[in-house]
Design a protein around this ligand. Structure first.
Ligand SMILES: *Cc1c(COP(=O)(O)O)cnc(C)c1O
Length: 372
């Protein structure tokens, strides 16, 4: 399939990010003529039977992979994670008298961005924050000061920029008269098993761990649908979207198709449980290497380190450019850290094979030998 001249790199980008090569090859083979239709998926009507079959298979496979219970709906939207920062309050605060209060657990850049946006639609209570510790950990559940009558409680279960991941699904209902838990899972959805029933809403942009940018997946418990504020844009009103099987407006058809191919690939890999085992092994390999020397460091508390996004620093930051240039020569790319954190960051999503992490680990050791 690959012409001999083509060289694929190990891409550690935080997103848009690496996709399984098998999926890209299949998409290439089907590009001009999908299953004898004489068309590319890009050229299909979203209302035609070909695309409807692609959409239905994608929803079915996603539900199966994540074990989504029957009383939850799966919506395919546009707008990304940042769009959801507005779309979530627009759909949920209407369940309470206005202005409603919403609770946020602030654990990094993304939850910070989300709570800032929510202030346009609600009173925001920052119930717990690790900002004073530069987001190096997650505040213990028993320190959260949740509101008695919050419209919802927002968490970001994997902070892509800071490299912090929830290793537990918090119970919030008891302290809040049953407020639903809303989770931004953009950067680790499908990387680990999730008990969906603990959440009211789970959302994520596809471009980290699922597929191309442009598709946003929302999983929402049925009773939370139908309370949108009158000002909510129709394209983002969950009830309208759900009543129309995510086709109230034209959905991101090609992104849905690729996501569907990724879902099939995940099933062939053994599903989410098998991916989780591999992701644990990949993360262990990388963190163990970083921890084994003072030449590198990761400053996140061990019990909440992300398996997906691994920020790290060189002890001597004047070597950063040399490190990145040497990595690129070995086909290890997109390792530069986010500008707000600095240093390096390796994103090791589902589609990053262990061989890629091993190549990075080998490079880390060789670089230390040469410069340590
Ligand atoms: C990338 C990301 C977002 C933003 O996604 P957009 O598609 O750019 O809107 C939101 N939350 C998390 C956790 C992310 O990783």
């Amino acid at each position: 399939m690959n012409p001999a001249s083509m060289k694929r790199v190990f891409n550690f980008s935080a997103g848009p990010a690496v996709l399984p090569e098998e999926v890209l090859a299949q998409a290439a083979a089907e590009m001009l003529d999908w299953h004898g239709s004489g068309m590319s998926v890009m050229e299909m009507s979203h209302r035609g039977k070909e695309f409807i079959s692609i959409y239905e298979a994608a929803v079915r496979d996603f539900r199966e992979l994540l074990n989504v219970p029957a009383n939850y709906r799966i919506l395919f939207l546009q707008g990304g994670g940042i769009g959801e920062n507005a779309i979530v309050p627009l759909n949920l605060v209407g369940r309470k008298a206005q202005p409603a209060t919403v609770d946020f657990i602030q654990t990094g850049s993304w939850s910070s961005k989300s709570l800032k946006e929510a202030r346009k639609y609600a009173n925001v209570n920052v119930a717990a924050s690790s900002e004073a510790e530069k987001f190096a950990g997650i505040p213990a559940r028993d320190t959260w000061k949740l509101s008695k009558d919050a419209a919802y409680v927002h968490i970001c279960t994997n902070e892509t920029i800071d490299g912090v991941e929830f290793q537990f699904a918090p119970d919030v209902a008891a302290d809040t008269n049953g407020a639903p838990l809303v989770a931004d899972m953009s950067s680790h959805i499908l990387s680990r098993a999730v008990d969906v029933s603990k959440y009211g809403v789970i959302f994520g942009g596809a471009q980290k761990n699922i597929g191309p940018a442009g598709l946003t997946i929302v999983i929402v418990r049925e009773d939370l649908i139908g309370h949108a504020l009158p000002i909510c844009p129709s394209a983002f009103e969950w009830k309208l979207v759900d009543d129309n099987n995510s086709m109230y407006n034209t959905p991101p058809t090609y992104a849905i198709y690729i996501a569907g191919l990724v879902f099939q690939w995940l099933k062939r890999q053994g599903g989410v449980a098998a991916m989780e085992e591999r992701n644990i092994a990949k993360a262990k390999l990388l963190y163990d290497t970083l921890d084994s020397t003072g030449f590198y460091s990761n400053r996140i508390a061990k019990e909440c380190r992300s398996r997906m996004n691994v920020p790290f620093f060189l002890r001597d930051e004047s070597l950063n450019d040399t490190f990145l240039a040497g990595a690129k020569e070995r086909g290890l790319v997109q390792l530069k850290g986010h500008k707000s954190v600095g240093g390096m960051r390796a994103s090791i999503y589902n589609a990053m094979p262990i061989e890629g992490v091993q190549a990075l680990v080998d490079y880390l050791k060789d670089f230390e030998k040469a410069h340590g």
